[in-house]
Write a protein that binds this ligand. Structure first.
Ligand code: SF4
Ligand code: SF4
Ligand code: SF4
Length: 527
């Protein structure tokens, strides 16, 4: 029962020949090893490595060709850089980086390979079983007419007057995508539960809420989509998720109660936290994003968390941080995995209660919306109020006696959907921006409640249409003549930066970005 399980990804070329020699010689290959032969170690993605751990592997090995002898040139070096990244992730997750190892082999390296396998298994036995509870791959669920009808009723979809305002407002429909919220709802109302428009539309919607805002009948389409995804997607492992489902896997691993993610080892000098404080700063997943998107050196969303803490210190708040903080679960809920969202939410709620927390402050609009609304909606009563750092900042700055250093940049603002539309707080960042000593502030063509989304939500539905939407948004930002695009959500920065990598238009639309929290922390001063 306590037997360890090790997945060995074995490159088809040098390493496989070496492994075959071990088998031919009938050498004692450690019994924990389960071999998976792959065309090249460079083909083993980060999502695949994490999936092994999500499914309960105690260790993962990647055996590629000795660097310099890769048949495809770059395979071994690509695998090595992934291993480096993934070892970091395992460390942050509290699993321990030593559960993952790389080895490079030539075809006649059989004895070295045996020593490598034995050494890894010996070290792994010392580490013991993984604390992650094994998840099995889900089956495609059977969606019943009754369940869909109940959602149609719960979200007032029958109130639809077929006016078409949602479709004409939907930024995806406007990119030319064959997708219409109204069309999809109509198919469902007529019982066409498996219509292609439904099956693709379900994962296309970026839940930006623009349609919600325009609907005269009060149909809340994004909430409907969220719940519909749970119905169609719950437990189903073949969903069209961005990055191979890496981020969903990451969040699911955190649902294991015995896993203790290691957070806040990286607090910068001068930042003060108080392990007894009833005020909690909840950071969210920014450090994982920064590690994943290392190829976007301009995106360092963890900086936002450090700046948020500096800002709180400036207001004489020394908050608590939880050393084993888990993700809030937003992306699981919005990508159809309500079951695991609930597991995460329960673990978080227990941790808040156990720590005697009376207030939670966060710098992420998704964490904010999830903790403030989705937890209570799911029967999880937090022992406290939840506030966004910008609300805290506005409260303190509005008292007076605080000024801002000159910041000689022309600025425009990207509204995060969760803050500006779902929370209806578009005025909040603008009030703060007005207080800053900027060289100029200019709104984009679509702004506030009507702003365009950064193009992705919950790592679903990323395609050429969402890319077109992002480029449209960046064009709007450029058209303001600004030289700094300010956001208030780490993910807006990531998705828009990704669009700036577009080989055709990216360079022309590239712009420096900064989170409003960082801008406040950088320029604030006592008068
Ligand atoms: S805007 Fe509302 S009423 Fe009009 S078609 Fe869309 S869902 Fe129906
Ligand atoms: S939530 Fe956004 S993407 Fe989805 S249907 Fe509405 S406007 Fe379109
Ligand atoms: S826009 Fe880029 S970063 Fe965002 S989900 Fe798509 S590929 Fe990933």
């Amino acid at each position: 029962m306590n037997k360890l399980h090790v997945v060995l990804f074995l490159c088809n070329w040098g390493p496989h020949a070496a492994f075959q020699t071990l088998q031919d010689r009938k050498d004692a290959i450690p019994e924990e090893i389960r071999m998976v032969r792959v065309p090249c170690s460079g083909r083993v993605t980060r999502a695949l490595i994490l999936k092994c751990f999500e499914m309960g592997a105690d260790g993962v090995l990647l055996a590629g060709c000795e660097t310099g002898s890769c048949r495809y040139g770059m395979g071994s070096s690509a695998a090595l850089s992934r291993i480096k990244y993934m070892r970091n992730v395992l460390k942050m997750l509290g699993l321990g980086e030593d559960r993952l190892r790389w080895g490079g082999f030539l075809p006649d390296d059989a004895s070295n390979m045996l020593a490598f396998l034995e050494g890894f298994c010996r070290d792994l036995r010392a580490l013991g079983k993984t604390p992650i509870l094994s998840k099995t791959l889900g089956q495609k669920p059977q969606v019943s007419e009754t369940a869909v009808a109940s959602l149609l009723t719960r979200h007032d979809i029958y109130a639809c007057q077929d006016c078409g305002k949602c479709s004409s407002a939907c930024p995806l429909t406007l990119t030319g995508k064959t997708f219409s919220p109204r069309g999809m709802a109509t198919h469902l109302m007529t019982g066409a539960l498996e219509a292609p428009e439904v099956l693709s539309g379900l994962w296309s919607c970026i839940t930006c809420g623009l349609c919600d805002d325009r609907c005269p009948s009060g149909v809340h389409f994004p909430d409907f989509i969220r719940d519909l995804r749970s119905l169609y997607g719950s437990g189903n492992d073949s969903l069209p998720l961005a990055h191979g489902g890496f981020f969903q896997s990451l969040m699911r691993t955190m649902t294991s109660p015995d896993l203790q993610p290691q957070r806040w080892d990286d607090l910068e000098a001068g930042i003060e936290v108080d392990s007894e404080s009833p005020v909690l700063f909840f950071g969210g997943c920014a450090p994982y994003f920064d590690t994943y998107f290392t190829r976007f050196p301009e995106v360092r969303t963890n900086v936002v968390l450090q700046d948020a803490l500096r800002l709180l210190n400036f207001f004489d708040i020394r908050p608590r941080v939880l050393p084993h903080e888990r993700c809030c679960g937003h992306d699981l809920l919005w990508s159809g995995d309500r079951e695991n969202f609930l597991k995460l939410a329960r673990l978080n709620t227990e941790a808040f209660h156990a720590a005697g927390i009376r207030e939670i402050i966060t710098a992420c609009p998704e964490c904010y919306h999830t903790l403030a609304h989705h937890y209570p909606e799911h029967g999880l009563n937090l022992p406290c109020r939840v506030r966004h750092i910008l609300e805290v900042a506005e409260e303190h700055i509005a008292k007076g006696a605080i000024g801002f250093k000159d910041f000689n940049r022309k600025v425009t603002f990207q509204d995060p959907c969760r803050l500006s539309r779902l929370e209806k707080k578009a005025d909040l960042p603008r009030k703060l921006l007005e207080r800053l000593a900027l060289a100029g502030f200019k709104e984009m063509a679509d702004q506030g409640q009507s702003a365009l989304c950064c193009g992705n939500c919950a790592w679903t539905g990323c395609d050429r249409h969402t890319k077109a939407l992002q480029l449209k948004r960046l064009r709007q930002a450029k058209d303001t003549g600004s030289d700094l695009l300010v956001t208030a959500c780490p993910k807006c920065q990531i998705h828009l930066r990704c669009a700036m990598e577009d080989p055709f238009h990216g360079k022309e639309l590239s712009m420096e970005m900064m989170d409003l929290t960082s801008l406040l922390a950088k320029t604030i001063q006592w008068e």
